[in-house]
Design a protein around this ligand. Structure first.
Ligand SMILES: *Cc1c(COP(=O)(O)O)cnc(C)c1O
Length: 460
């Protein structure tokens, strides 16, 4: 591709993106595609000879776009929304253009240093204490796996050479994200050694039950090594009592990791700072700017108070990567499994600078306000109920009827193309999760959703 061709097609692509963003509400949120439909429309083998970019772009529009579920649609309220804001998209584009591999400082000083600077800015915005070491991973699942592996290193450094972790036990609530268990499995901690602690009536980990489980395991000759607390659980966005849990982990000398993948972003809003209370005592935590901070996937931020332990767990430096020791020339490859690292900090920097803290806080605040308003409408309709407190921007609602009726309601809403919700389970009952987090979501989108839900309920 010559520079002139790149310029021409680059302009065409950027124009397409601008139009796409402007007319996003015209697209159905959820893809209306049958399984296999996209694959069947594509040739079974790759082209032997290069094809013209005009044709590739035409096929992108014709074959790929119709099979997309639009995470950037304001009606996307499934899972936890992520949105790629304009500044974030531009940052991502430049990351691809620079295409650096930030494994060691020398392999791209700007990539390493911008990561440290943006993460320190974010730390301040979240009201977290100075001295935290930050690093960006792809996802919260990866971040949590690293936390578990660091905890393992702290608890049993002597096993590093042998890898016998069989006495180690890990604790999280029964509402914790599945990535905790997955991370434990990846770290060689058997699934059976993951203790799912009971929750209280507000779906928060019961600190007394945690203490009891730790004591029982210790009495049985096991070695409790890690507790994962959650700020904003996936199911209902509950907040575990982190200060109390920190008291327990401190007493027993156990690594505390806080999974704030979704909820942590809210801490940049002054009146929501309290959600991270106690996290300053945690050994590590994770927050996903790719969830609620308008940064395109992937960008998950891991903070730790104990970088030396993380480094001990992951630093194996082959000769060709040896560098001179300069305390300011940090080699990020020493803090995780991957050697190669994308320059993810650039898009985060674009987003943080373009919106500013206040701009981002306004959007998050608006999401929480419209979530509460929506919950109010649900509560006023006797056919529906809200199944959990609305602490952030997630509303778990339910039609007061059978699970199958809720499934039907969900299908009708999702087929409308105007909104996309995901199902959940609260107290054994099927719920519809309305997770607001797209930068474009406004009250009008919720008015439309509520109208759809009531109409669909009328047909049940
Ligand atoms: C979304 C989420 C995760 C998983 O995030 P990924 O970045 O997709 O791995 C983990 N924990 C919680 C609480 C989440 O909300």
């Amino acid at each position: 591709m010559t520079p002139e061709e790149f310029r021409r097609f680059g302009h065409e692509v950027v124009d397409w993106i601008a139009d796409f963003r402007a007319s996003i509400r015209d697209y159905p949120v959820l893809a209306r595609t049958r399984p296999g439909e996209v694959a069947d429309a594509l040739p079974p083998s790759g082209p032997e000879h290069g094809e013209p970019m005009d044709l590739i772009l035409a096929d992108f529009r014709r074959l790929i776009v119709p099979g997309m579920t639009h995470w950037n649609h304001p009606g996307f309220m499934a899972y936890f929304a992520t949105s790629g804001s304009g500044p974030g998209i531009l940052g991502e584009l430049l990351t691809a253009a620079l295409n650096v591999n930030g494994m060691v400082w020398k392999s791209s000083p700007s990539a390493t240093e911008l990561e440290q600077v943006t993460l320190d800015w974010l730390r301040q915005w979240m009201g977290l204490p100075a001295g935290l070491f930050g690093t960006i991973y792809d996802t919260a699942s990866t971040a949590t796996m690293h936390a578990i592996m660091a905890a393992r290193e702290m608890a049993a450094p002597e096993e590093r050479g042998r890898g016998n972790w069989e006495k180690l036990t890990l604790y999280c609530s029964e509402q914790a994200h599945s990535s905790v268990e997955k991370g434990a499995v990846a770290a060689g901690i058997g699934q059976e050694r993951v203790r799912k602690i009971a929750v209280d009536e507000k779906f928060r980990m019961r600190a007394d039950a945690l203490e009891e489980a730790i004591r029982a395991d210790k009495a049985a000759g096991l070695k409790p090594f890690c507790v994962v607390a959650t700020v904003g659980t996936t199911g209902v966005a509950a907040i575990d009592p982190v200060p109390e849990i920190a008291g327990i982990t401190e007493r027993h000398g156990i690594w505390l990791h806080v999974d704030a993948a979704y909820g942590g972003s809210a801490a940049i809003v002054e009146e929501m700072r309290h959600v991270m209370a106690g996290s300053e005592r945690a050994d590590s935590m994770v927050v996903n700017p790719h969830k609620w901070l308008l940064t395109p996937v992937d960008c998950s931020v891991f903070y730790t108070r104990r970088p030396e332990i993380v480094r001990r767990a992951f630093s194996l430096v082959p000769e060709y990567l040896r560098t001179e020791e300069d305390p300011r020339a940090v080699n990020m490859m020493d803090y995780g499994v991957p050697l190669g690292r994308r320059f993810r900090a650039l898009k985060l920097w674009f987003v943080m600078r373009s919106y500013g803290r206040v701009g981002l806080a306004c959007i998050i605040r608006r999401h929480m306000e419209i979530a509460r308003e929506f919950a109010g409408w649900v509560e006023q309709d006797e056919r529906f109920e809200v199944m959990a407190p609305v602490l952030f921007s997630l509303v778990c609602m339910r039609y007061r009827g059978a699970d199958e009726q809720n499934t039907k309601l969900l299908e009708e809403i999702n087929q409308s193309g105007k909104a996309f919700l995901s199902p959940g389970q609260v107290q054994g009952k099927k719920v519809l999760r309305v997770a607001i987090g797209n930068y474009g979501t406004e009250k009008e989108d919720l008015v439309r959703l509520w109208q759809l839900a009531r109409e669909a309920a009328g047909r049940l």
